[in-house]
Structure formats: structure tokens, C-alpha cells
Ligand binder design. Structure first.
Ligand SMILES: [Zn+2]
Ligand SMILES: [Zn+2]
Length: 196
């Protein structure tokens, strides 16, 4: 399983411009993918494609925890080595963890420029609350901007209104916006000038 997914033509055109590829990890709602793509294109001013769906991440599953080890998923998407893209954002809909923490909303590898977010804990339903689609979408963009921000070299910010502030729980996420503070914006601008 999975081999077929690695040899696909992610890049429909052979453009050499630096781009981001969103990779669905297993089945992800198409509407959510397109919404995230559009929002990130505007916010990062970069071309974003949606790559072919990967297999469900059974390889990352921890039986006792009933969760998925996000670093394994990062490794999986890094191994794709997608031509034409210099950053990859995986979107998963399973509960993620790393050994040091009981769960994570997402994870990024600054050096490899790969990131993953999970939708699971962003839904009100996860907390036995009535679903709120607008809130769910807002949280997705916050987490996506945060993890993609790491791939641009941004680190955690101490400003709790900044998207790069570390969310330990959903209220952290909800009280920050999807926007970089002026410090992070300046760092981002520098990085983009250097890398592009
Ligand atoms: Zn972070
Ligand atoms: Zn900041």
C-alpha cells in the first residue's frame, strides 16, 4: 500500500517557481482542502496545489494511544520529494501525538520544510459540543498558517495574539488569529527575500 501514491504527477505544469503542495493524508473533505488552499495562497502569496491523496496513515498508528505519531507522517510526506514544490503541508483527519505530548494540533520540520495538521481536535464535535462550521474553518486556517509558518523558518512567538504562538489547547488557538505579529512578519519578509 502507498507505493502508487508516491509516483504521481503532482505538478500539472512544469513551472519551476517555488510552490506549496497540500497533501491529503487519507480521505479529507474536498471543500476543506480547497478552502485551505485559497486562504493560504492569499496569506503567503504563493501558488498552492493540492496533491494526490495519500493512504490512511496506518504506519503511524499507536495501538495503546489510539493516536497517530505525527513525526512519522512528516517523514512519509518528506519522502515524496515532490518535484516543483519546496514546501509540503499534509492535512490529516486523525488524532496526532508526539511522544513528549499527549496530542498535537500539528507538527512541522523547519529544515525539511514539511508540515502536517490534524482536523480532528479542531471540531467542536470532538468535545461533544454542537458543530460550528465557521469556527472549525477558522481553526484550520490558524493551524495551517502556524505550521506552514514554521516551514518558512518562523519559530514560536511569545505574543499570544500571534499565529506563531504555541497552542497548548483550543482556547490558545481561539484567542489568536491567523495573522503574524509585526515581529514575525518582519522575519517572514526577510526569509522570503532570501529563499525566493
Ligand atoms: Zn508550532
Ligand atoms: Zn509573532
Amino acid at each position: 500500500m502507498g507505493n502508487a501514491a508516491t509516483k504521481t504527477n503532482y505538478a500539472s505544469n512544469k513551472s519551476i517557481s517555488k510552490k506549496v503542495c497540500i497533501v491529503p493524508i487519507g480521505t479529507i473533505d474536498k471543500e476543506i482542502l480547497h478552502y485551505t488552499q485559497k486562504e493560504l495562497e492569499i496569506r503567503f502569496n504563493v501558488k498552492i496545489d493540492i496533491g494526490r491523496q495519500l493512504e490512511e496513515p496506518a504506519y503511524a498508528y499507536h495501538k495503546q494511544k489510539k493516536q497517530y505519531y505525527s513525526t512519522r507522517i512528516l517523514k512519509r510526506i518528506h519522502k515524496l520529494r515532490l518535484t516543483g514544490y519546496d514546501r509540503i503541508l499534509g492535512i490529516a483527519d486523525v488524532d496526532l501525538y508526539v511522544p513528549e505530548r499527549t496530542f498535537v494540533f500539528g507538527e512541522a520540520d523547519i529544515k525539511k520544510k514539511v508540515a502536517v495538521i490534524s482536523l480532528t481536535r479542531l471540531r467542536q464535535k470532538f468535545y461533544d459540543l454542537p458543530e460550528e462550521l465557521t469556527l472549525f474553518r477558522k481553526r484550520i486556517i490558524i493551524e495551517a498558517v502556524h505550521e506552514l509558518g514554521h516551514t518558512y523558518g518562523l519559530r514560536h512567538c511569545t505574543n499570544n495574539k500571534c499565529v506563531m504562538f504555541l497552542s497548548n489547547n483550543l482556547s490558545d488557538t481561539d484567542q489568536k488569529g491567523a495573522v503574524l505579529c509585526s515581529n514575525c512578519k518582519a522575519i517572514m519578509k526577510d526569509k522570503k527575500t532570501i529563499t525566493n
